[in-house]
Write a protein that binds this ligand. Structure first.
Ligand SMILES: [Zn+2]
Length: 402
């Protein structure tokens, strides 16, 4: 690690201009996405202005971005079967149809890809070591998701080979970004910047662990782990080079609506480092949303501790109720403001059809009804039940039914 530090210093001294040019070319080629295109060096500061280089006057113009983020895309066996077509192909587009309009409407849409998209190179599998079809990714992309968080406790379920296939999958998807897994050490050391409507975002995704499956000795960089030194270095660089820093941590206690000590510890670290937005996943259930004000700087950070599951075949009612984090980020006179931070509750609906095959849909709670609830395989999840649950966990100021 010391080698890298001294290398960075040398780069800073010797070739900052070269790097700046490389970054500008990368922006020119990749359009609004800088998929890990910035070098980890102080010269990366140039990248933020390079984004708007072709339209300098835009820099100080007011700008607005809407961003949504959903929780775990948790693909159990029955979900894999749900996409099997008569001709033998796989098609999962119907899973996301109900909320596709909301996903498409957002400028940036983020999903937590809990299970590895290893594709057909391995047998498809559900719990406990998952492997999901690439067609799941296709359906989510078709629904409008732009950013996939891939650092989860299931990332190592198919070992390094699974990660390689997941990276290969995303490498073919133009305008879609995966966060959290890395093809090499160089990628591990780069930050992902994403420019939209004149606002530069940096996006960081980490997991607390990989279910006890060790990372390969020769590839400790393959998954982004919540490691304080790593997180600190990344966020410092991201803070210096972007308008908005977003962290997507895979953390917390499964099936608990309470914020754990571990989450509190990292929340404080994120706040101290000047993060703007934190959107967490992994507990499978909703956890509170709150503004955290930094004691020394007074800076406010919005934290969604857990947005729960997005789609799954989990069976507890509280695991079937997740949320869509819905944010509006504005830039006024060069200052960033999160002008709206809401959570739209959702219900994962499933029922058993012909041949014991399950069908799955996601509904906004505002669109759900008790006729649907009566046909759910898990009984008791009425509109009243979920409304009550959501109100217990999420402060009213953040709740939106639309
Ligand atoms: Zn998880």
């Amino acid at each position: 690690m010391t080698d890298k530090g001294s290398l960075n210093k040398k780069l800073y001294v010797i070739i900052p201009v070269v790097l700046a040019v490389v970054v500008m070319i990368a922006f020119a080629i990749s359009g609004n996405i800088t998929k890990k295109a910035d070098e980890k060096s102080p010269t990366a500061a140039t990248s933020a202005s390079a984004v708007n280089e072709d339209n300098t006057s835009k820099k100080e113009e007011d700008a607005k971005v809407t961003l949504i983020a959903v929780g775990d895309n948790l693909i159990h066996n029955t979900l894999i079967s749900a996409g099997e077509q008569e001709d033998g192909s796989l098609d999962y587009t119907s899973l996301y149809t109900n909320i596709k309009p909301d996903i498409e409407k957002a400028d940036i849409a983020v999903i937590d890809q809990e299970t590895i998209l290893g594709g057909s190179s391995f047998e498809y599998s559900g719990y406990p070591t998952f492997n999901s079809p690439w067609e799941i990714g296709d359906a989510a992309i078709d629904a409008g998701f732009d950013i996939f968080n891939c650092a989860t406790n299931h990332t190592m379920d198919k070992g390094w080979a699974g990660i390689e296939k997941e990276i290969e999958y995303f490498s073919t998807k133009k305008n879609v970004v995966q966060l959290g897994v890395n093809a090499n050490e160089e990628d591990y050391n780069k930050i992902t910047y994403y420019e939209k409507n004149g606002i530069v975002f940096s996006m960081l995704n980490y997991t607390y662990g990989t279910n006890g499956i060790p990372l390969p000795d020769d590839k400790p960089w393959c998954v982004n782990m919540l490691d304080k030194a790593k997180v600190e270095a990344d966020i410092k660089e991201a803070r210096a080079n972007s308008d908005v820093v977003i962290v997507f941590p895979h953390w917390g206690t499964e099936n608990s609506h309470d914020i754990s000590e571990y989450q509190k510890e990292y929340t404080k670290l994120f706040s101290d480092l000047g993060v703007d937005i934190v959107i967490g996943c992994h507990p499978h259930v909703l956890q509170p949303v709150e503004w955290v004000t930094n004691e020394s700087t007074g800076k406010k950070m919005i934290v969604y501790y857990s947005v729960g599951n997005f789609i799954s075949h989990q069976i507890e009612l509280n695991q079937l109720c997740g949320g869509i984090a819905q944010l509006t980020i504005e830039k006024k006179n060069g200052e960033i403001e999160i002008s709206s931070a809401k959570l739209v509750p959702i219900v994962c609906h499933y029922s058993r059809g012909e041949n014991d095959k399950f069908s799955f849909d996601v509904y906004k709670l505002g669109d759900y009804n008790n006729d649907l609830a009566a046909s759910h395989s898990q009984q008791g999840g009425t509109v009243e039940y979920y409304t009550d649950l959501v109100k217990k966990v999420i402060d009213e100021e953040f709740l939106s039914m639309t």
